[in-house]
Design a protein around this ligand. Structure first.
Ligand SMILES: Cc1cc2nc3c(=O)[nH]c(=O)nc-3n(C[C@H](O)[C@H](O)[C@H](O)COP(=O)(O)OP(=O)(O)OC[C@H]3O[C@@H](n4cnc5c(N)ncnc54)[C@H](O)[C@@H]3O)c2cc1C
Length: 381
């Protein structure tokens, strides 16, 4: 039985990106994906242009919209509009196109990719992973990348990431047309959703609407709430599908590697707990995972601990502030809106966060101090 250099469990954004980085370095890669190739991912596709630095391909063909303006509202009133400078734009990608491009590239570089596969066991035997599948097929690989998303089975089994992951509750809706959303404008609505917000990201001829709740186990299941958001965006009397998804969110520093294995993307609980940004950390983790595995394979030494450190430095240090801001903002949203959005300089700061020009740690000290002072001294909601 031949031994692959790396086996990737999960063929989503993070899994395929890791695979392509490694394929480009000349390694043999096996991708095992439980779903069929046409499965679509509920994702609004908003991302900072700076992620291109971590993406293994040219993103050009997947970009639908370049965003020029961010429109915030509080219970659909009291709007605040921020113009994006354009130095570092916020982009909307079509996730279906992006995933198809990645799949094509994975094939082009010669990976073995198997769909609709059920993995039954993963065992490390004599420095090789033994992967046993339901159809009695067995594979071997020197290294393993866990990329099986928010409902990961394997991350906690292999002691990767948090023991008890934290989840946001989300709903995704896609509707033909743009409603009352202006072209090149994204909308963020606060105050209507408990412990969270709603977003609307325009594509060429349709709109991705999302609802997210980030604290506790509160599940957004309310049909009327969805209808209220959809109508406020200018759509009346239309039918649409609501897709529910639990999204693993960042919840502290955790070890993301173990012996000859590491975890990337949502399975690693990297999603921003304030704004649900998951594309950027998926791509950052894919990039550093492939760099670290390359180092291990070329030197024949164990460097995997470096991956956890790189992710701590390049993502988690900002997320610790994202988590703190989310906890205060979503518990006291009215104050949050006043201090975090309505202040003169705030929209520009949020725009800079979205576009990747700034991270939470750059603004955190001031924001948190302001929130704590206000929420202690006022009678809050
Ligand atoms: C409603 C919604 C809107 C979002 N909008 C945005 C946005 O605008 N911007 C942004 O940055 N992020 C957004 N995100 C987050 C973003 O979509 C994710 O962070 C990103 O897709 C994570 O990629 P992934 O590869 O880690 O996981 P996934 O894309 O979930 O891929 C995991 C893959 O693993 C497969 N798999 C699962 N279990 C197994 C198994 N046992 N064996 C083999 N394969 C398995 C799955 O079938 C899937 O193909 C959004 C998320 C949601 C839910």
């Amino acid at each position: 039985m031949s031994v692959f250099d790396v086996a990737v469990i999960g063929g989503g954004l993070a899994g395929k990106s890791t695979a392509i980085h490694l394929l480009k370095k000349g390694y043999s890669i096996l991708i095992l994906e439980k779903s069929n190739p046409n499965k679509s991912i509920p994702c609004a596709g908003g991302m900072a242009a700076s992620v291109e630095n971590y993406f293994p391909l040219d993103l050009e063909n997947a970009i639908e919209t370049e965003i020029k303006r961010v429109y915030f509202s509080w219970k659909n009133e009291d709007p605040v509009i921020a113009e994006l400078s354009g130095k570092s734009p916020f982009l909307i990608v079509n996730r279906k196109n992006l995933d198809e491009i990645l799949t094509k590239e994975v094939y082009r570089f010669g990976a073995t990719i198997l769909f609709s596969i059920k993995i039954e066991s993963l065992k490390l035997v004599n420095n090789n992973w033994l992967i046993q599948c339901k159809n009695k097929k067995t594979f071997r690989a020197k290294y393993l990348v866990i990329a099986d998303g928010s409902e990961s089975l394997w991350a906690s089994y292999l002691s990767l990431g948090p023991k008890k992951p934290k989840y946001a509750s989300t709903i995704a809706i896609n509707i033909k047309g743009l409603g009352n959303i202006e072209k090149n404008t994204v909308r963020f609505e606060f105050g209507s959703i408990k412990y969270g917000f709603a977003w609307a990201f325009p594509m060429q001829d349709s709109i991705n609407i999302g609802l997210g709740s980030f604290i506790g186990d509160s599940k957004i299941k309310d049909k009327e709430l969805c209808e209220y958001i959809v109508q406020s965006l200018g759509f009346k009397d239309i039918k649409y599908e609501r897709i529910f998804k639990r999204l693993r969110i960042w919840n502290g520093f955790h070890k993301l590697h173990n012996e000859r294995v590491l975890v990337v993307g949502d399975a690693a609980s990297l999603c921003d707990p304030f704004l649900a940004e998951g594309i950027r950390p998926s791509l950052i983790s894919s990039y550093y995972a492939s760099e670290t595995i390359d180092k291990c394979l070329t030197s024949n030494k164990n460097h995997l601990h470096e991956y956890s450190l790189l992710m701590k430095e390049n993502w988690s240090k900002s997320m610790i502030w994202g988590k703190r801001i989310a906890e205060v903002f979503y518990r006291f949203p009215k104050i949050g809106y006043r201090l975090g959005v309505k202040r003169k300089t705030a929209p520009e700061r949020i725009a800079q966060i979205l576009s990747g020009e700034m991270n939470y740690s750059d603004i955190a000290g001031r924001v948190i101090r302001r929130f704590i002072f206000q929420s202690e001294s006022k009678n809050v909601e």
